[in-house]
Design a protein around this ligand. Sequence first.
Ligand SMILES: Nc1ncnc2c1ncn2[C@@H]1O[C@H](COP(=O)(O)OP(=O)(O)OP(=O)(O)O)[C@@H](O)[C@H]1O
Length: 622
Amino acid sequence: MSMRGGSAISLPGDDLDSMETGTVLRAGVRVMARGSLGYRIATPLSIIAGLINGSTMVFSAVAIGWATDHLIIPAFTDAEVPARSWWIALGAIAGVSLLRVITIVTRAVAAAYVQYGNQASTRRALIRQYAKLGVPWHRRHSTGQLLSNVVSDVEVQWAPMQFFAFAMGSVFMLLVALANIARSDWYLAVVALMLVFVVLLANFVYQRVMSPRARDAQRARAAVSSVAHEAIEGEQVIRTLGIVDSESARFVRAAENTRVANTRMSFVSAAFDPFVELAPTATVLVVLLIGSGRVSAGELTVGTLVETIYLFLTMALPLGMIGRFLSILPLAVVGNKRTASVLDSVDYTQFGTETLAGEKALGVHVEAVRFTYDGALGEAIGPVELRFDAGDVVAVVGATGSGKTTLVRILARLADPDTGIVRYDGIDVRSLADGEIETRVAVVSQTSFLFDDTIRGNVTLGRDIDDLQVWRALDVAEAAEFVRGIPGGLDAAVGKRGASLSGGQRQRIALARGLAGSPSLLILDDATSALDPTVECDVLDNIRREFVSERGGDRRCTVVMTAARKSTVTLADRVLWMNGGVIAASGTHTELLAHYDGYRQIVDAYADGMDIDELDAAGGRS
Ligand SMILES: Nc1ncnc2c1ncn2[C@@H]1O[C@H](COP(=O)(O)OP(=O)(O)OP(=O)(O)O)[C@@H](O)[C@H]1O
């Protein structure tokens, strides 16, 4: 069996290749600065702690230099060391150490607060945005991409924040250290400047070498999750088609690519880290060489030389830290671009302010509607002109691909037509207020998604629906009997995606969910396809009796169902025959059967073996 395509995953918004290193740096620092602004206490706290911590490294060097001149040298020359000097040295070293501990803890806690706070708020913003963005936007973006936006993109976007205050403190420490060395000796200051220059240059090279590798690793990780996500989603297909081995091989390839990409990254840091660690230590030899000559010439004290050497040795830490910060900045820029591409999207569903009066069935009017899917060559439907009176029970019949699902999606405003208008009770659906359609229209589709919750939870979905209404909806959906038979009844957990139920049972729970909100327009898109014809007839009759029939003169619900089985279409007041995206004919089942060969062929092709008379006897109408 041939293997399916490779696992190369593209990262939209990942145009890092075209960006200069300087531009990436500026963009990255801007992201960090913007993220810091929202934290009025934690940000200044982490920066101040970072700056103080940077200074403490210089203080330590000064204290050690002072102790060398005032304690160690006099000890060698048998000179008297006043007790005060010992106390000063002890106090300075202990004080600086304590300050370092406090600032390290403060900096780490405050930086974590800012980093994880930003992660959480970006994730919240993304989730809010996903909810706001319209169905067309969601159709253009895969589940894997949405997941990777909200998980790994957010993570890499804010990862450098943990080093931001540290890196700022490190730059400050380097400046103070350079000033301190320059104050003592210009020759040594030049050596220090050269060291900083060489290490920063090495960092620059490191960034250039590391960036593409880091990006490859990020792509490889995304590929692993995408393959895993697809395999979990398609588990049943994979098992039934016997392609477990090829799917496993695909996963192993993706995992292997990740291993290789990560290892290539490790090679670069393995070569770079010792350099950054050892460069200051190696420079100490130069400092010793120059410094000892300056001490002999009486232009430098031993204490100052020791202080300078100590400074060089401690410089390894801030230089390494700046390097680490810079090395993950490019990925933060990529992460930010990817999350921003979602957050800046304005592909929202537009709402108006109109509301629908009363609770009765909705009349639906479709005027000159046309619709083409993004990237499709031709129109999916159009022009479509329709009128359903309140309380009509309508079946939409047509060959596969004739546009039934597209039509009912437009009726429920899951998509807006390119041209034309859909009206409920005369009101353009686009001028209805947000939430108005959801409370009055229920859509039940063929793929009945159930949450990993109880039966009650799946029917109510957190809406204000009591058990009486739940049982009524289950009764109408012919689900009450089997729910009563399940241990736990309404409280029984259905498992992941309703795994503990059969396909037909799942469909009936999904149907009950649609009915429980007492909709004024019920749209069933092949929603009874998993039921046997007898049960399907019972369900549709129940719906007609309980949800459509007149109450004080008003019908309560208009029903539109896509179907092909005779058992469904014969129960409708009216049948629409769709062909090639247009309504080819409209009338009762008997009329269409009598006058349209194409219609008869479709219905016969889907014939379920149940005789038409049998259906009539079961309560159907034609
Ligand atoms: N997301 C999409 N992108 C592009 N074209 C699409 C998309 N969904 C459907 N189409 C096309 O639009 C046309 C109508 O599809 P639709 O799903 O409405 O048909 P249908 O009658 O419901 O089919 P079926 O009975 O097989 O569900 C078809 O030609 C189909 O290929």
